[in-house]
Design a protein around this ligand. Sequence first.
Ligand code: SF4
Length: 153
Amino acid sequence: MCEGTDLWYKNGLRFNCTGCGKCCGGVPGYVWVTEQEMLAIAQYLNITVELLKRLYIRQRDNRYALIERPKYNYDCIFLKDKKCSIYPVRPIQCKTFPWWEYNLKSKDSWQAAAQNCEGINAEAPLVTCLEIVQQLKLRKLEDDHGGQFSGER
Ligand code: SF4
């Protein structure tokens, strides 16, 4: 899939999440969630979707996003002790970080992402181009089904 392309990351990129939690806050933004993702989170927390929406979700136009805490570094509402408290059911937007088109536009974009993500470093394991493309596709699929990722962190 990557052979014969001119993708700048065709030889793969180095990344390993350390779980530092920096990508879960720091700047204002939106972590978009679909109805399906909200259902999964509600089930994980053992609450109704209605209660989840009331406590943890904000609406912008016809889209839903996780609440963030402006007074606390814009951290995601689900960030507890620098860890994601809904990790197994976190939204695709989170699952696919840092493999976002925005970060993969160019080497410079990738280097810029590395400024805020310690998991992107020369010692980290190599993630193949194929794996990267799969992550991009996963996110695109979600996007096409209403995730509508834009203006994210
Ligand atoms: S900033 Fe990078 S290393 Fe830290 S939790 Fe997020 S993805 Fe993992």
